[in-house]
Unconditional design. Structure first.
Length: 309
């Protein structure tokens, strides 16, 4: 592929309300927070920003509400080197919202109001089908209506656009959708929901990957948190460890991995090299708070990798 390979990302945009607490509230419990911020997020937008900052030629298909934060998010996405022509502003709807608790260990709990993201219907996808048809790869997640994800995958397939799906948040998916996916990137929980195989070690990861290959997916990357990634191509698997860093919070670590990974692949990096590049981007992201504020630029990823050599 040329260095000017095009990426389309389709997905959600959220305003993240992030509250840091000593521990997650139990049912009926109130916990006083330590720190609060509103930051731009949403799995689709985070992955688009990760790709844009890593240097991809990227267009983003998404929806915001006709509100102040929606307009500010659009402006920020442009500054992150993203073509926002396919980001629609939906009258009468609010921009999506994510309520995020982060505990002292840096783990998070997230509740979502879809808002304008629900307006990313199959009809909306069709309005932007040219973007998908002209792209070399289409990256999606599951905070958008499932029928729209399927519609986009079908358009991509018809135009030989590679489809990469980050199946988050976890849900079961139809064989029809899975059959259109070239690369899938579940974490352990998502892999279990898709395959019924609990992923506790490398053998489990290999079996879960085999189950996904059997659905027609050529390349499977199961993200394993601190243990790295299980990379399996047509049944040939290996674990590629990540980088060890001091995590502040893991919000958007997976999103950063996905955006950086596909950017590297579109530049022509080999799979293992692209995984290492994505590991570096995600490692930087977890050392910083929030979703998009934590996503690194290309110069930062390159500098991080140079320090490892
Ligand atoms: O993956 C992290 C994202 O999940 C957050 O930015 C939040 O918006 C939720 O969508």
């Amino acid at each position: 592929m040329s260095t000017h390979a095009k990426l389309a990302v389709l997905g959600s945009i959220n305003a993240d309300h992030i509250l840091n607490l000593a521990h997650f509230p139990r049912p009926g419990e109130t916990v006083i927070g330590k720190q609060y911020q509103i930051a731009f997020g949403g799995k689709g937008a985070n992955q688009a920003v990760a790709a844009g900052r890593a240097g991809a030629d990227i267009a983003f298909i998404a929806c915001v509400g006709a509100d102040d934060i929606g307009e500010r998010i659009r402006q920020q996405l442009e500054q992150d080197r993203i073509d926002i022509a396919p980001v629609e502003t939906v009258e009468g709807e609010a921009t999506g919202v994510a309520m995020i608790f982060v505990n002292a260990e840096g783990e998070n709990n997230i509740g979502i109001y879809s808002g304008a993201n629900a307006a990313l219907t199959p009809a909306c996808v069709v309005r932007h089908q040219q973007v998908i048809a002209e792209a070399d790869a289409l990256l999606m997640q599951l905070e958008s209506p499932l029928e729209s994800v399927l519609a986009a995958a079908e358009i991509a397939r018809a135009h030989h656009t590679q489809v990469i799906l980050n199946p988050a948040p976890a849900t079961q998916l139809s064989d029809a959708l899975l059959s259109h996916i070239d690369i899938i990137t579940p974490n352990e929980t998502e892999a279990e929901i898709l395959t019924g195989i609990a992923v506790k070690n490398d053998d489990d990861a290999a079996r879960a990957a085999a189950a996904l290959h059997a659905k027609g997916i050529n390349t499977v990357l199961i993200t394993l948190g601190r243990r790295g990634v299980w990379l399996s191509v047509a049944g040939e698997g290996e674990r590629i460890p990540g980088f060890s860093v001091q995590a502040v919070d893991t919000i958007a670590a997976g999103d950063t991995f996905n955006g950086a990974f596909i950017t590297a692949r579109l530049e022509g990096m080999a799979l293992r090299e692209a995984v290492r590049f994505a590991h570096a981007a995600a490692a930087i992201a977890v050392t910083r708070p929030g979703a998009q504020p934590s996503v690194p630029w290309r110069t930062e990823i390159d500098a991080f990798l140079q320090q490892q050599d």
